[in-house]
Design a protein around this ligand. Structure first.
Ligand SMILES: Cc1ncc(COP(=O)(O)O)c(C=O)c1O
Length: 388
């Protein structure tokens, strides 16, 4: 066969680092702080609601294409409750197979081949792949240590006549940066003046420790040009259920739904019923999500600093970025490949989240969505690094 099998837009994508690191974790008996999934399931009452839905025959057959009415209503109520955003559950909500499908369907719907998509790097790995699948062109704008703030002059300079949209992610994986109201307002100003769409990935919306989460759709003039994406995975600690959603104007929802219809059509029927209940949990639940993680952030900030890392304190998410230069190391990739053998801990080299070669090469990301005792064990192991 003379042609490569993989669509050429995707050549070089599909990082295997997560699989490599997870295999290394198993092979070496390491504590795995690589991939960002919790080691504790979400509330029992919500798991029970999913089981009840299955046993009582709710959602076992194809649910409606846009998602069940109960969940769409719960999503609309959530947007009103936390952000005072008015969303019509019938025409402005679409339930997806996780935020992952929401990202894919939104980009495939809104990007034509050759369109430029600006995203702040380092970025979540599906962004590059989905832009490529749509035939779009990635235009990275780099968030730089120590604060990982968006450089708005660089953003302005990155916009061309071919720019179609800006892809945002706040709270931001992997840096833990949370964009401020002022930063979002300036991004909004650019989007409006240059007539751009915005896709905003807000899956960590309830994991903010400093500052507050502000959906860019809540800023003046942004509702009509923004696709807001979120998911039950992180907030409710059920990453395997793959229930995500978008909220946007009915025109945008219709466009994204057209793609979604041919990707999965529908998914997760019984889980949709359970997440409708989860979104209605009392404020205490949502406070406990950020409260629990805030305590673990402190544990990690102190423990990683004591182990010898330079630590960049995250304002949100459950990731923490560190710098390995205090160990005399200059390649995060090499460092992460050695770490399981040297210390029995697995982390992810941040360079895999960048397009620009060299950016992020000194950085290593740890996930702290794990039990306290697991984090303490990891920190204890890492404390041997200095002496080793
Ligand atoms: C920034 C970001 N967006 C989206 C996702 C995927 O969310 P879901 O599991 O709902 O597909 C993740 C998961 O790690 C993420 O970190």
């Amino acid at each position: 066969m003379s042609r490569p099998l993989l669509n050429r837009n995707l050549a070089g994508l599909g990082t295997t680092i997560f699989a490599e690191m997870s295999e290394l974790a198993v092979a070496t008996g390491s504590v795995n702080l690589g991939q960002g999934f919790p080691d504790t399931d979400g509330p029992h009452v919500i798991a029970q609601a999913a089981a009840d839905a299955i046993m009582s025959g709710r959602g076992n057959q194809y649910p409606p294409g846009a998602g069940i009415a109960e969940l769409r209503t719960a999503i609309a109520v959530h947007q009103r409750r936390f952000y005072d955003l008015a969303v019509d559950p019938d025409s402005e909500v679409l339930v997806t197979a996780g935020a992952t499908e929401a990202i894919a369907a939104s980009l495939l719907a809104l990007v034509e081949p050759g369109d430029e998509v600006i995203a702040f790097e380092p970025y979540y790995d599906s962004y590059a792949a989905c832009i490529a699948m749509a035939g779009g062109v990635r235009v990275p704008v780099t968030l730089r240590a120590p604060d990982f703030r968006p450089d708005l002059d660089a953003l302005r300079a990155a916009i061309t006549g071919r720019t179609r949209l800006i892809l945002l992610n706040s709270p931001h994986n992997p840096t833990g940066s949370v964009f401020t109201r002022d930063e979002l307002a300036r991004i909004a100003e650019l989007a409006i003046s240059r007539d751009l769409l915005v896709i905003t990935d807000e899956v960590y919306e309830h994991m903010v420790f400093s500052g507050e989460h502000i959906p860019i759709a809540s800023l003046p003039g942004m509702r009509e040009r923004t696709v807001t994406i979120s998911s039950a995975a992180k907030t409710f600690s059920f990453t395997g259920w793959k229930i995500g959603w978008i909220t946007a104007t009915s025109e945008l929802v219709t466009a994204v739904r057209t793609v979604k219809q041919f990707l999965t059509f529908v998914s997760g029927g019984p889980f949709q019923y359970a997440i409708a209940e989860a979104l209605a949990l009392p404020d205490d639940y949502f406070r406990s999500v950020s409260g629990g993680l805030a305590a673990r952030r402190e544990l990690m900030v102190d423990g990683l600093a004591a182990a010898g890392f330079e630590v960049y304190r995250p304002a949100g998410t459950f990731f923490i970025t560190t710098d390995i230069r205090p160990f005399g190391e200059v390649s995060g990739l090499d460092f992460c490949r050695k770490l399981p053998y040297k210390a029995g801990v697995v982390a992810i080299p941040s360079s895999v989240f960048y397009d620009n070669a060299g950016e992020g090469q000194f950085h290593v990301r740890f996930a702290f969505c794990k039990k306290d005792e697991v984090l303490k064990e990891a920190l204890n192991r890492l404390s041997a690094l200095r002496s080793g």
